[in-house]
Design a protein around this ligand. Structure first.
Ligand SMILES: [Zn+2]
Ligand SMILES: [Zn+2]
Ligand SMILES: [Zn+2]
Ligand SMILES: [Zn+2]
Length: 210
């Protein structure tokens, strides 16, 4: 997209950061207007937390407000030219629609893209492609194959999830088995020293009696 007569655009409609016609205009508390992207970028830069025109007042992104509807309407009416199909006299506000729905040179997919036709090309070649597209006539067959394939993928995914759960449970079981083994060893270790102590006590006692 390019502006048809950029020089003639009202200076009030020019963003003073990028010096182009305002896009998605945003107002500051000090009543200056910038394109949303430009002012957001400016404020996000270090030490630039003020309006680029005033420079004095600190300002945050939260204080920005959308410009008035009349201003946005005027900006939407700026005349532009499509650089793809060279159509002139388009309104800037209609440009996205032009590209998505009308422009004969914008790239579109085949209507059989959902059944895997890989064709992509300019909109004005779509009709001639469709007349020779090998995917579209096979739609019923391909559609059921793809649907069946999707079901299989879902089933595999379910099974994978179940396997993961089982592995987790197995790990938990192994861990609890280790813990119980460790507990028994610990108990044995605790009970044995007591026995030894008793024996030692007995020995010393014996010595005393001797
Ligand atoms: Zn700008
Ligand atoms: Zn300002
Ligand atoms: Zn176009
Ligand atoms: Zn096709």
């Amino acid at each position: 997209m390019e502006y048809m007569d950029e020089q003639s655009i009202d200076p009030n409609l020019i963003c003073s950061i990028c010096h182009k016609a305002l896009k998605d205009p945003i107002c500051t508390p000090c009543d200056h207007t910038y394109g949303r992207e430009c002012i957001t970028q400016w404020l996000n830069q270090n030490d630039n937390s003020s309006c680029p025109m005033c420079l004095k007042k600190p300002m945050s992104i939260n204080e920005l407000t959308q410009a008035s509807r009349p201003l946005r309407n005027i900006l939407d009416q700026i005349r532009v030219r499509c650089t793809l199909c060279a159509q002139t006299g388009l309104q800037r506000g209609d440009f996205v629609d032009h590209i998505n729905k009308i422009c004969p040179k914008s790239v579109v997919p085949c209507q059989a893209a959902d059944i895997k036709c890989p064709w992509k090309g300019p909109r004005d070649e779509l009709q001639s492609h469709i007349s020779t597209c090998v995917f579209e006539p096979l739609r019923p067959v391909l559609y059921s194959l793809i649907a069946g394939n999707r079901q299989l993928i879902d089933q595999v995914q379910k099974h994978n999830n179940e396997i993961k759960k089982l592995i987790q449970q197995m790990h938990q079981l192994q861990q609890s088995k280790h813990i119980s083994q460790w507990n028994t060893r610990l108990q044995v270790n605790i009970s044995h020293p007591k026995k030894r102590n008793l024996n030692e006590v007995g020995k010393t006692d014996n010595r005393k009696w001797i």
